[in-house]
Design a protein around this ligand. Structure first.
Ligand code: PLP
Length: 400
């Protein structure tokens, strides 16, 4: 008797989470591994948010919350979207999930029929294609290039749209490439979408605040208000407030879609953790200075990463205007021999070599649908970051 269903043959376990698991394993075995793999900020949650969580837990209530989120948090999200994006939503157009990952899962489960296509520009966040597959849809990857700054061009989008297209997934600032779409690029994409009214738009804005040097707007949905009736804006507090483990994300979209997503969630997790929701209200409506502090700390790490990476042989980086990743082309390293005589054939081999040979965890581009690349998350403190770059420089210089 087969225990596991064949559905699972079609999806992959999250490769970023498996790099994290291997990093943790090596650390438990006593190895000093610097983690540039997982996109988890090594920063504390802002104090005012922690205090709100403490107050909430001290009330002692273990009661459940409404499936799509507490009234207070849904309303806080409405206020946030009005304040920052100049977009008007009603409370019923908001859903809170256990992380924005669940919000995306809800959306795909609620909308996809077999044969429906979801256009996903690559490189992409690891989970999009697998969520689409799990929900019975077909992920249609559109590859972008280093030369295009890893951004979907209007012409390529036009070609990819068919009568079966249900969604276009956009993510700017982007994980893993760091790309940020300019206003003009968004306008061109909007013009294509205007010609195809059957296509829904999922705008994943989880890195909204992490834009450097004014590269472009943090919110794509705010630039396309004419598409609001068919856009699902996705965001959360995982990145802006370093709260990834507290699992609060949200979606804002048409009432009918949000109600359907809530129906899915009602049979999966119900309402998100009460304490985390109360903390999220404070995160969104409390002093916003804490967001600027998180972003400021990361901007410094980005500067260090960009300064140091030029010394690492065999890697070439795109500008990385946003999020907290460098996406480095490692094609010059493919075919080289390690000191042990092994040939590096793929970006996965390069990442393995860096983990075992240099004690630095990075994620191979294959995880994001684009090889041969390495995603380097510059999330740790400056000293560790410099040390990681030094280790990579030594390990890659030793290749023949
Ligand atoms: N979207 C993107 C592009 C991400 O990089 C991540 C996490 O790394 C998520 C969504 C999910 O975030 P969460 O579920 O913590 O809100």
């Amino acid at each position: 008797m087969a225990i596991v269903s064949s559905r699972l043959d079609r999806i992959n376990a999250s490769q970023t989470l498996s790099v994290a698991a291997r990093t943790a394993e090596l650390r438990r075995a006593g190895h000093d591994v610097i983690n540039l793999g997982l996109g988890e900020l090594e920063l504390p949650i802002p104090m005012h948010v922690r205090e709100a969580a403490a107050r909430s837990s001290m009330q002692g209530s273990g009661a459940s919350t409404p499936v799509p989120g507490t009234a207070a948090l849904r309303h806080a999200i409405v206020e946030k979207l009005q304040r920052d994006q100049d977009l008007d939503y009603a409370d019923e157009e908001i859903i809170v999930g256990t992380g924005s990952k669940q919000v995306i899962f809800n959306a795909m489960m609620a909308t996809l029929e077999p044969g429906n296509e979801v256009i996903i520009p690559a490189p992409y966040w690891v989970s999009y294609p697998d969520i689409v597959t799990m929900a019975g849809g077909k992920a249609v990857t559109v590859h972008t290039t280093f030369q295009q700054g890893f951004k979907l061009e209007a012409g390529a989008l036009e070609k990819a749209i068919t009568k079966n297209t249900k969604w276009l997934v956009l993510n700017s600032p982007n994980n893993p490439s760091g790309a940020v779409y300019t206003r003009e690029e968004i306008r061109q994409i909007g013009a294509v979408l205007a010609r195809h009214p059957h296509v829904l738009v999922l705008s994943d804005e989880i890195y909204e605040h992490f834009v450097y040097d004014d590269a472009g707007p943090g919110s794509l949905a705010a630039q396309l208000p004419e598409l609001k009736a068919r856009t699902l804006l996705v965001n959360g507090v995982s990145k802006s407030h370093a709260m990834i483990g507290w699992r609060v994300g949200y979606g804002a979209g048409p009432r009918e879609l949000v109600a359907a997503m809530s129906k899915v969630q009602s049979q999966v997790t119900s309402g998100t953790c009460t304490v985390a929701q109360e903390a999220a209200v404070e995160a969104l409506l409390g002093p916003q200075q804490s967001v600027a502090e998180v972003v400021g700390a990361i901007a410094t790490r980005r500067r260090v990463a960009l300064e140091e990476i030029v010394r690492v042989p065999g890697l070439r980086c795109a500008p990385a205007d946003g999020a907290f990743y460098l996406f480095a082309d490692c094609s010059d390293l493919i075919g080289k021999l390690t000191p042990d005589g092994a040939t590096l054939r793929t970006d996965g081999d390069v990442a393995d070599y860096l983990l075992s040979g240099a004690g630095v965890a990075v994620v191979p581009g294959a995880a994001f649908g684009t090889s041969p690349y390495l995603r380097i998350a510059y999330v740790c403190d400056e000293a560790r970051l410099r040390s990681a770059m030094g280790r990579m420089e030594r390990a890659l210089s030793a290749l023949r």
